[in-house]
Design a protein around this ligand. Structure first.
Ligand SMILES: NC(=O)c1ccc[n+]([C@@H]2O[C@H](COP(=O)([O-])OP(=O)(O)OC[C@H]3O[C@@H](n4cnc5c(N)ncnc54)[C@H](O)[C@@H]3O)[C@@H](O)[C@H]2O)c1
Ligand SMILES: N[C@H](CO)Cc1c[nH]c[nH+]1
Ligand SMILES: [Zn+2]
Length: 430
């Protein structure tokens, strides 16, 4: 991988420059996606049919996946995959149940009740990627937290396929999706945001996808809610001389194989480890069925950053704010307090990132492109909203009236003051 060495300050400046160059390349995607969204708003299903032909090479007239096709998937699924899906489902549910927020009532002051209701969002659209790989695991990661939150209508979209991987449809049925539509890319996001004759308009869209999907979610934000920018996968590994180079290379490649635009970054204070990881990467790349994708990702976006100290390893990784962060060091748990920005953290030599992709129960829909500075892993909290409520008795209003009216007059807002004064019995015509 391309190597960056020097002081943390120098490397940080190089990374900032590289990021600025990368951000510029986004302009092109912005324009392509804006055009797709405009056409879906204008032509609805007709545009979806035309994009399915153009981008997925499929002739699609009916977007909803039929009950018979889903039933057939249960006949076809490998029984061991079915068991694994059910075990993953159990782990995802048990982890996400901790995220349920109860709301509260505060009634300590006489005549005053305040509180917060936590209410499920009513209609959610979940994107399940399916361009170059199938993602049944992403079905579970999107839908199960929505179900736990109590969302009544969950619409799943995924790119059309000549023949669906049965696990995608089975995962959708097991987790309780309302309807599945075969439509992918930016056009699927536009359809969920604005609605078409076939696809319902939803309140919020969640889920990961490639650069077209991530850019479309950014562009429809405001028309609908979105969970985050969950674009091409990323992995950052912090490793010292105690790390196993073969393991580190395998984990870097686990994310590189997702997408040519995926990003794998090793930060280490050991030149020996960096050299060994480079050798292991080459050896393992040659054996991967998705070598072309992984190689392009590693050669274009992969970086090995060599620092002088452990402190600098964490400082630089916190600046990168990767989607996934592995700490491949002895006593890894003790470094947790040094981590400020990362979507999902994997601690220790044996905690390989794919454990989280499939099985641990933590969510794999995660913020990318440095947005882990302010976004979190998808969770039950993404599928609810909070409504405040207030009750004041007449006595309570009279007690509070002086403060409220003073504040209203100080803002020059007489109608606000009047709304209180008439409840105190003041004659507002005076
Ligand atoms: N961040 C996360 O949480 C997370 C989780 C899982 C997967 N991912 C990412 O999801 C992505 C999956 O990508 P994918 O491509 O396999 O599936 P995808 O479903 O995201 O994208 C496929 C769709 O992209 C559209 N598309 C392809 N080429 C296009 C073009 N030239 N112009 C316009 N639209 C085009 C097509 O509509 C196609 O159906 C990867 O980037 C992977 O890293 C991210
Ligand atoms: N690593 C992906 C998130 O970036 C999730 C995933 C699903 N399947 C395999 N991996
Ligand atoms: Zn993965």
């Amino acid at each position: 991988m391309k190597r960056l060495t020097g002081s943390a300050k120098v490397i940080s400046a190089i990374l900032a420059q590289e990021y600025a160059a990368y951000a510029k390349t986004q302009d092109n995607f912005d324009d392509i996606v804006a055009e797709i969204i405009k056409n879906v708003r204008k032509d609805g299903d007709k545009a979806l049919t035309s994009y399915a032909k153009q981008f997925d090479n499929m002739s699609i007239e009916t977007f909803e996946v039929s009950r018979e096709t889903i039933d057939q998937a249960f006949e076809e699924i490998d029984p061991e995959v079915l068991v694994a899906l059910k075990n993953a489902k159990r782990n995802i549910e048990s982890y996400h149940k901790h995220q349920v927020e109860p709301g509260f009532v505060d009634a300590k002051t006489d005549g005053v009740v305040r509180g917060q209701l936590v209410l499920p969002i009513e209609k959610v659209g979940v994107y399940v990627p399916g361009g170059t790989a199938a993602y049944p695991s992403s079905v579970l990661m999107n839908v199960l937290p929505a179900k736990i939150a109590g969302v009544p209508e969950i619409y799943m979209v995924t790119p059309p396929q000549e023949k669906f991987n049965p696990a995608i449809l089975v995962a959708a049925a097991l987790s309780g999706v309302t309807k599945i539509f075969q439509v992918g890319g930016a056009q699927a996001i536009a359809a969920l945001a604005y609605g078409t004759a076939s696809i319902p308009k939803v309140d919020k869209i969640t889920g990961p996808g490639n650069i077209f999907v991530a850019t479309a979610k950014k562009q429809v934000f405001g028309q609908v809610g979105i969970d985050m920018i969950a674009g091409p996968s990323e992995i950052g590994v912090i490793a010292d001389q105690s790390a196993n180079a073969t393991y580190v290379a395998a984990d870097l490649l686990s994310q590189a194989e997702h997408d040519r635009l995926a990003r794998a970054i090793l930060v280490t204070n050991s030149v020996r480890l960096a050299d060994e990881v480079d050798l292991a990467l080459e050896a393992q790349l040659q054996t991967l069925p998705r070598e072309a994708i992984a190689r392009e990702s590693i050669e274009t976006n992969g970086r090995t950053i060599i620092t002088e100290s452990v402190e600098e390893m964490f400082e630089l990784m916190n600046e990168l704010a990767p989607e996934h962060l592995e700490v491949a060091m002895d006593d890894a748990i003790s470094y947790l307090p040094k981590i400020k920005n990362a979507g999902s953290i994997f601690l220790g030599h044996y905690t390989s990132e794919p454990i989280g992709d499939y099985y641990a129960g933590t969510n794999h829909v995660l913020p990318t492109s440095g947005t882990a500075r302010f976004y979190s892993a998808l969770g039950v909290y993404d599928f609810v909203k909070r409504s405040q409520f207030t009750y004041y008795s007449q006595d309570a209003v009279i007690t509070a009236a002086k403060d409220i009216t003073k504040l209203a007059y100080s803002e020059g807002l007489q109608a606000h003051a009047r709304a209180i004064e008439i409840r105190e019995g003041v004659n507002v015509d005076d």
